[in-house]
Design a protein around this ligand. Structure first.
Ligand code: XMP
Length: 513
C-alpha cells in the first residue's frame, strides 16, 4: 500500500520545515519541495494534500514565485499559508494590498468554526501574524472564514474545490490552536488516515535495507551521537554481522564517552555487529600540537578523522556500502542552503573521498531529529543515548580555546562531568538545549591554602534553544553554579576560576570555537 503524503511547497518562508514537522506529528508523512516542483511530478507523487508556505515576497513582485494556475484545478486539497494564501487569492481573482504597517506578533483572530479547518477551534483564537501584504478581498467564489480588526481576510475557503487559506502561521507554537488546524486540514479536508508511525517506518526500512544490501558488506562511522547510533542499529537489525561499525576515539570525547559507546555497541553490547574501536588520541594530539586557530583546528580534526577511518576501511577490505546518518533537515538545507559559513562543520561520519564504495545508505534521510529519537526508542537503544545532547564532531577540540593538549582535555573532561552531574542532580538539565564546560585560554592569579596559584579559568555554558541557530543563556540557579564552582576548583587540578557564560547567539555561538 502506498504511504499517504502531504507536500509542502516552499515559497521561501522561514517555517517550511516546521510545517512538515507539524504535519508529521499528526502521523501523516510530509515532504518539503521547492515551489518550482512541476505538476507532472506532483501527479506522480499522488499527494493527499499540498501546503503553500509563507515567503518574503509580494505577489506583485516581478520575480515573485508563483505556481501554475492548473494546480488549483487538480482536485488536490491546498492550504495556503501567509504568502501562500495571498498567492491563492491573487491568482484566483481576489485582491491583495500592501498595508501601511506590518501586522506582526500574537493576534486575536475571529474564526468561523463551521469551516472544516476550524473545527474544534475557539471562535476567538490567538494566532501568529507576520505580514505586510494582506488579502483585501477574497476571490468571488471563496467564503471568508476568519478576520481580525486590521485583516479582513485572515482565512478563506472554496470548499467545493478544496482550497483553503490562512494569513497567519498555524505551524508556530504562538498560534495556540495551530496544530488542531493543521490536523483538521490533513484529516477533515485531505481525508488522511494517519499511517506515518515509527514502528512501521522501522519495519519497512529494515526490509528495504535487506533488499538493497543482499549479501554485501556495510561500513558505518559510529560517533556515539544519536543519528549514527540509530543508523547503526537499524543496519545491524537488517544485516547483522555484514555490518562493521568503526568508532574513532579522537581523544576529544567527553569523560568516559568512549567506554560508554563501546559498552553499547562493542562485543559485550546488545547488538549483533562487528565493532572496531580505534584509539587515535595520540595521533590527534600530535597533529593539533601548537595549533591555535579555530578553523585550522576544525580542519585538522576533520581531515585526520577521515584518514583514520579510511585506513580502517582498507583493513576491512572491499566494502560495498557506506552508512551515513544524514537526517531530513540536512537534506532540505543542502537543497536550499544559501547561508554564510560561520564555522566549517564537521560531522563525524562525513564521506571520505578516496575510499571506494558502491553506494551510500542513508536510512534516516526522511526523519526529523525527534523522529530519529522515536526510532531509536523503538529499536531499544538506551534512553541516555537517544536523548543525548548534540555534541560537535570536533568534540572538545572546539571547547578548548587555543592549543589542545592532553592535559587540557583532562581538565575540560573532568569539569564538564562535574557540571553535568550537578545539573542532573538539581534537576536543571531538563529543557536545556545544550550545556557543557569549556576551557578558556586565560590563566589568572588565585590563592589556595596559603599558596599563590596561576591556573586556567573554566567557563560553564548552558543554553536554551529549539533550533540551535539562535540561543539564550539559561538561568541556572546561583546555588547550583556555586556548587559546581566549588567542586571544579577542589577536584580539577589546574583550575582556579570558574565563569558562567551569559552570551546569547547571536552575537555569540554556542560552542566557543
Ligand atoms: P554553534 O557553535 O555554531 O553551534 O552555535 C550550533 C550547534 O552545532 C553544533 N556544532 C557542530 N556539530 N559538527 C557538528 O556535528 C561540528 O563541527 C559542529 N560545530 C558546532 C554545536 O554543538 C551546536 O549544537
Amino acid at each position: 500500500m502506498e504511504r499517504e503524503l502531504v507536500i509542502v511547497l516552499d515559497f521561501g518562508g522561514q517555517y517550511n520545515q516546521l510545517i512538515a514537522r507539524r504535519v508529521r506529528e499528526c502521523n501523516v508523512y510530509c515532504e518539503v519541495h521547492p515551489c518550482t516542483l512541476s505538476l507532472e511530478k506532483i501527479r506522480e507523487m499522488h499527494p493527499k494534500g499540498i501546503i503553500f508556505t509563507g515567503g518574503p515576497n509580494s505577489v506583485y513582485g516581478e520575480d515573485s514565485p508563483r505556481c501554475p494556475k492548473e494546480m488549483f484545478e487538480m482536485g488536490i486539497p491546498i492550504l495556503g499559508i501567509c504568502y501562500g494564501s495571498q498567492l491563492m487569492a491573487y491568482m484566483l481573482g481576489g485582491s491583495v494590498k500592501t498595508a501601511p504597517v506590518s501586522e506582526y506578533g500574537k493576534t486575536e483572530v475571529d474564526v468561523d468554526t463551521a469551516s472544516p479547518i476550524f473545527e474544534n477551534v475557539s471562535e476567538k483564537t490567538i494566532c501568529w501574524m507576520s505580514h505586510t501584504d494582506y488579502i483585501e478581498s477574497a476571490p468571488t467564489d471563496f467564503k471568508v472564514t476568519a478576520h481580525t480588526p486590521v485583516c479582513p481576510v485572515a482565512g478563506m475557503e472554496n470548499a467545493g474545490k478544496k482550497l483553503y487559506a490562512v494569513q497567519f502561521h498555524p505551524e508556530v507554537m504562538h498560534t495556540q490552536e495551530g496544530k488542531q488546524m493543521l490536523s483538521n486540514f490533513v484529516y477533515n479536508v485531505c481525508g488522511c488516515s494517519g499511517d506515518w508511525k515509527m514502528d512501521s517506518f522501522v519495519e519497512t526500512t529494515i526490509r528495504q535495507i535487506r533488499e538493497k544490501v543482499g549479501g554485501g558488506k556495510v561500513l558505518c562511522a559510529l560517533s556515539g551521537g544519536v543519528d549514527s547510533s540509530v543508523a547503526a542499529v537499524l543496519l545491524s537489525k537488517a544485516v547483522g554481522k555484514q555490518l562493521t561499525c568503526v568508532f574513532v576515539d579522537h581523544g576529544l570525547l567527553r569523560k568516559n564517552e568512549g567506554d560508554e559507546v563501546e559498552s553499547v555497541f562493542g562485543p559485550e553490547g546488545q547488538y549483533d555487529l562487528n565493532f572496531v574501536r580505534v584509539n587515535a588520541q595520540e595521533r590527534f594530539y600530535g597533529k593539533l600540537a601548537g595549533v591555535t586557530d579555530p578553523e585550522k583546528k576544525r580542519k585538522i580534526i576533520g581531515e585526520e578523522f577521515i584518514r583514520v577511518f579510511e585506513e580502517e576501511a582498507k583493513k576491512i577490505g572491499a566494502v560495498d556500502f557506506l552508512v551515513q546518518g544524514t537526517i531530513y533537515p540536512d537534506v532540505i538545507e543542502s537543497g536550499l542552503g544559501k547561508s554564510a559559513v560561520i564555522k566549517s562543520h564537521h560531522n563525524v561520519g562525513g564521506l571520505p573521498d578516496c575510499v571506494d564504495f558502491k553506494e551510500i545508505i542513508e536510512p534516516l534521510r526522511l526523519l526529523f531529529k525527534d523522529e530519529v529519537r522515536r526510532a531509536g526508542l523503538e529499536l531499544g537503544i538506551p534512553d541516555y543515548l537517544v536523548y543525548r545532547q548534540p555534541f560537535p564532531g570536533p568534540g572538545l577540540g572546539v571547547r578548548i580555546v587555543g592549543e589542545v593538549t592532553a592535559d587540557k582535555v583532562r581538565i575540560v573532561q573532568d569539569a564538564d562531568a562535574i557540571y553535568r552531574e550537578e545539573l542532573a542532580k538539581a534537576g536543571c538539565d531538563k529543557g536545556l538545549g545544550q550545556y557543557f564546560a569549556a576551557l578558556t585560554n586565560m590563566r589568572s592569579v588565585g590563592v589556595m591554602g596559603d599558596e599563590r596559584t596561576y591556573d586556567y579559568a573554566v567557563a560553564l555554558r548552558a543554553v536554551i534553544t529549539s533550533d540551535f541557530m539562535t540561543a539564550e543563556a539559561a538561568e541556572i540557579p546561583f546555588e547550583v553554579l556555586s556548587k559546581v564552582m566549588n567542586r571544579v576548583i577542589n577536584e580539577v587540578k589546574g583550575v582556579n576560576r570558574v565563569l558562567y557564560d551569559l552570551t546569547s547567539k547571536p552575537p555569540g555561538t554556542i560552542e566557543f570555537e
